[in-house]
Design a protein around this ligand. Structure first.
Ligand code: HEC
Length: 150
């Protein structure tokens, strides 16, 4: 009787966990896509296709989203994204401090981007944009993200 009860309880718990993981993966993708969109708006600004207010809002958004990254990767949520395009690498959790370092680097480069946008100097914005994209987002993806298909 007790064994049956335990079985039922842990079975339900397992289903809830699977659902939680799905939600985490969805939120994580949404966060990353929000970042890509914000970065795209800043790029559009450097090309004269978005205005300063839009660029500033996007850069300010990036200073917040980059700091939400650690919370979007709770342990036990590794695996492919919902489209099977990218996957997390296990090193995120086995080397969590290095992952945090990559996140902090990206966050500080987002701060620098916001400062550049506020200066209104498009050359500075372009440089800070490139730095964040390559050495912030790109560096973390290089180490901690696996590309599954195009
Ligand atoms: C500290 C590490 C880290 C940083 C910094 C980071 N990412 Fe990611 N990103 C990941 C990992 C890991 C994945 C793969 C997991 C996934 O796709 O859910 C990913 C996936 C993505 C994806 C694919 C999302 C999807 O649909 O699955 C996009 C787009 C993306 N990142 C954009 C960005 C941009 C833009 C930045 C910089 C502003 C950035 N990321 C910064 C770790 C990072």
């Amino acid at each position: 009787m007790l064994a049956a009860l335990i079985f039922v309880v842990s079975g339900a718990g397992g289903a809830a966990l699977a659902q939680d993981k799905e939600a985490v993966v969805k939120n994580r993708e949404a966060l990353m896509k929000e970042q890509a969109k914000a970065l795209g708006t800043v790029k559009a600004y450097t090309e004269g296709k978005a205005d300063l207010a839009q660029a500033e809002a996007s850069a300010a958004n990036l200073t917040q989203t980059t700091n939400k990254i650690p919370g979007a990767f709770p342990p036990g949520t590794g695996g492919p994204d919902s489209e099977g395009k990218f996957a997390t690498k296990p090193a995120i959790w086995s080397d969590w401090n290095k992952f945090l370092e990559a996140q902090k680097t990206a966050a500080s480069k987002a701060d620098a981007l916001l400062a550049a946008v506020k200066s209104g100097d498009k050359e500075k914005v372009a440089a800070a944009f490139g730095d964040l994209g390559k050495n912030g987002c790109g560096a973390c993806h290089e180490t901690f993200r696996e590309k599954l298909k195009d």
